[in-house]
Design a protein around this ligand. Sequence first.
Ligand code: ADP
Length: 582
Amino acid sequence: MLGYAEEAFDNSHAAFERHIHPEDTSRVSGALQDYFSGKSDGYRVEFRMRCKDGAWKWVLSRGKVIDRDAAGKPLRMIGTQTDITDRMRVDEELSAYRDHLEEEVRQRTAELAAAKEAAEAANRAKSTFLSNMSHELRTPLNAILGFAQLMGRDSRIPAEGLRNLDIINRSGRHLLALINDVLDISRIEAGRVTVSNAPFDLDDTLSAIEDMIRIRAETKGLDFGVERSGLLPRFVKGDANRLRQVLINLLGNAVKYTDSGRVSLRLRPEGDRICFEVADTGPGIAPEHQQRIFQPFYQTDIGIAKGEGTGLGLTISNEFVRLMGGEIRVTSTVGQGSQFAFSIPLPETDAPAEEAVTVAQRRVVSLKPNQPPVRVLVVEDNADSRLLITHLLEDVGFVVKGAANGQEAIESFQAWQPHFIWMDMRMPVLDGYVATQRIRALPGGDKVKIVALTASAFQEDQSAILAAGCDDLLPKPLEEARLFQVMGDLLGLEFNCAEAAADNKSPGEPTSALDLRGIDPSLRVALARAAETLDVEGCMEAVARMRAAHPDTAAVLETLIQSFRFDRLLAELQRESGQTEA
Ligand code: ADP
């Protein structure tokens, strides 16, 4: 094996040891010792031996004692030596290969970690972009809506002007709602959606949805009904807006995809939860699509064929339901219909405070007399916005000063000791967070009321704002009623108010009932469809088509559309369809 002729190899143990690789000798003698002392059951060891030509061979050596003296000391041993050089080479190659693989895995893992970090950074950049973008969009919108509100207070403006102002106001609000909708999807993608938990009137919420869906169902000749079973609470605690959005989406789909039969919304209590089920007698959804329809942008052939929608509705709905503590389950039989069901916690509660409703309906005219003067500092870098709030407050009787950044705010606070500060949070030089913290640390800084003005899209900024020391925060664009409400609450002020009209109509809104009799039913359907999706152009197109035959009705409808009173428009259309049926 080692290249020696048999007789040329000295068969002594010493000669054997001389041929062992120096690095292996201790291992070999250790294995022998362990065997002799009984520590191991057999002698078995792998090591390198030098060949006659000086090369090294790997050897597997196995042995066994065959003769011992009376004391048990080994006398003679027999054994085998097997050349395992080839196996060891393969082992080494395998081991090198394994090391290489491990290195590759390490590298790949590092690359993936870097890619993940890059994706997360991109996501953060997107969130920041959205947050900034919404700030940029809302700031001018703040000025548009605010000055329109301010001009609405001007008694010199004639009725015609007030009507135009109202249109500016409603268009601005509509734009704001659109910005918010787009942000919804982005927020979900960024994992930043939160749900609110406030008391609301479940009956009211459901009947508003019912009215809206009934018109859609009836225009398609479908039967529609809300089926309540068990004792359902009227006032519950939860997120009314998200629930509304989910139900309108599910019911909207049911009506959209069903051509005949019935669409129902079923409700039943389940302890503190309420179970909602939207059922239709439409085309149904094949089992292989039933989970995929919840993926973003996924539509079945039926969905694509409709040519409406984006495939986002169910994704958003599912996410909202999950956040509210439930899960949407779908069951469906092709050709028979589908049911979308979910249950969410909606514990019964007391009626929400009336205050919130009434204050929003009153218009503050002035501070009541016999109250000490109230000094208000308006901190806002945007000159238009600053001027707007200043005007609004002075109009009502506050003493107002402005500051263009946090530094000026601190100086003004020290020199002038205002009672109340409106604090924009994003400003050059010194932002609202730092300014608020510094003012709070100054003498008198613990008493002044500070309310943040924020255009940020993301709700979690709230906690940072409150942590900086603000008493409250209001989103931009600023709602006049909320502005006075917050000031009144924090400072204990009393205002003289002008009550809004009992039915909360805005100026310029037509009071005469609409006469929709005689209008072509297909035009009524087109108008209802467009109104449901808040599609101004669509509505105006339908109105244009009826103008020649019904100029008066067209004029009234136009005013409703321009003031974005889709709710009234739909109610009128529904009333008319009820009368036609009767
Ligand atoms: P969209 O309706 O805008 O296409 P959705 O996310 O709401 O998007 O729905 C995704 C898809 O699921 C639809 O395109 C449609 O194929 C299918 N779908 C949803 N609701 C129903 C239903 N009630 N009946 C049949 N198919 C439905």
